[in-house]
Design a protein around this ligand. Structure first.
Ligand SMILES: [Zn+2]
Length: 305
């Protein structure tokens, strides 16, 4: 079974208030969430607290969760929100990246109002959302084409350009290309994106100009949809040294050059698992502190159990 299918079934069980399903979800995701939080908070106790809050937040906002999107992405978004909250409460000025992340996740989460769709978000925001959706789909298909035809070099160029926001000169230096090659790869990618968008049957499919592709919107879409994030199985193969090129080179690039925080957290989690270090029983703690919110996610009356 695909991971996404497994997650979808798990969420359905959780919506029905099944405690074992909730425990399974915690066990599946706690490691990578803890690794992510620990990389951002000085105190380990704080990291545990925000992960705990994230699990509670997940149950509280479950009705907002769109099952067509990866569960992991949604959990990371909630966690980033909680980290941002904690840093604000502590009076620390959140690092710029944390601040940006929290703002970008805002629309995705619309948290705190389970079941309520705020009408003020319709209209301009709805238009913006659909536009982002189309652009995201076009990018996804472009990235898919590049991977399928083993054009990982091109993929690195557009990831650095569209996602990280690097200048041609810097990208050329980093990837040992000349600037003309970088410009050419970008140009062809934008042409391809335009073609994909034009072929989409949506009546108001966005017109695209080249400046738009390199602006913050694309970077936001890229990160939110995790367009080039690595599968956990790929990271596992990387960790055990059995990943081969071209995926090996690309994985190193995504981890070391792009420094994707979510993939780094996954890798850290896998490494801890592999070393089989004795760890405190977090699952039980997270379960006990959140299970009280489980029945509220369900529409049926709370059971006696
Ligand atoms: Zn990633």
């Amino acid at each position: 079974m695909e991971q996404s299918q497994a997650d979808e079934l798990l969420v359905q069980d959780i919506l029905r208030g099944e405690q074992e399903a909730w425990r399974n979800l915690i066990a599946r995701y706690e490691g990578r969430l803890l690794a992510f939080a620990r990389a951002r908070l000085a105190a380990h106790a704080d990291a545990e607290d925000v992960v705990q809050e994230a699990f509670v937040g997940f149950l509280q906002s479950l009705s907002n969760y769109d099952p067509s999107r990866p569960l992991e992405t949604y959990l990371f978004a909630i966690l980033r929100y909680k980290i941002h909250d904690l840093l604000k409460r502590q009076g620390a000025h959140p690092m710029r990246t944390v601040e940006d992340d929290a703002m970008l996740d805002d629309a995705l989460l619309t948290e705190g109002h389970a079941g309520e769709t705020p009408s003020r978000h319709l209209g301009a925001d709805e238009h913006r959302r659909r536009r982002a959706e189309l652009l995201g789909d076009a990018l996804k298909s472009l990235i898919g084409e590049m991977r399928d035809s083993n054009r990982f070099g091109d993929l690195q160029v557009i990831e650095l350009s569209f996602y990280v926001g690097g200048r041609n000169k810097d990208i050329a230096a980093l990837l040992e290309l000349d600037e003309k090659q970088v410009a050419g790869i970008k140009f062809r990618a934008i042409q391809r994106l335009k073609a994909v968008l034009e072929s989409s049957s949506m009546p108001d499919s966005p017109q695209l100009d080249s400046s738009e592709v390199t602006d913050v919107t694309v970077s936001e879409i890229w990160r939110r949809r995790r367009l080039t994030c690595l599968k956990r199985s790929t990271l596992g193969a990387y960790l055990f040294g059995i990943l081969e090129d071209p995926w090996l080179g690309y994985t190193q690039f995504h981890l070391d050059v792009v420094a994707c925080p979510m993939c780094l957290a996954n890798l850290e989690d896998l490494r801890t698992e592999a070393e089989a270090e004795p760890t405190p029983d977090y699952t039980e703690r997270f379960f006990q502190t959140s299970v009280g919110f489980l029945s509220r996610a369900d529409t049926s009356p709370p059971s006696q159990a």
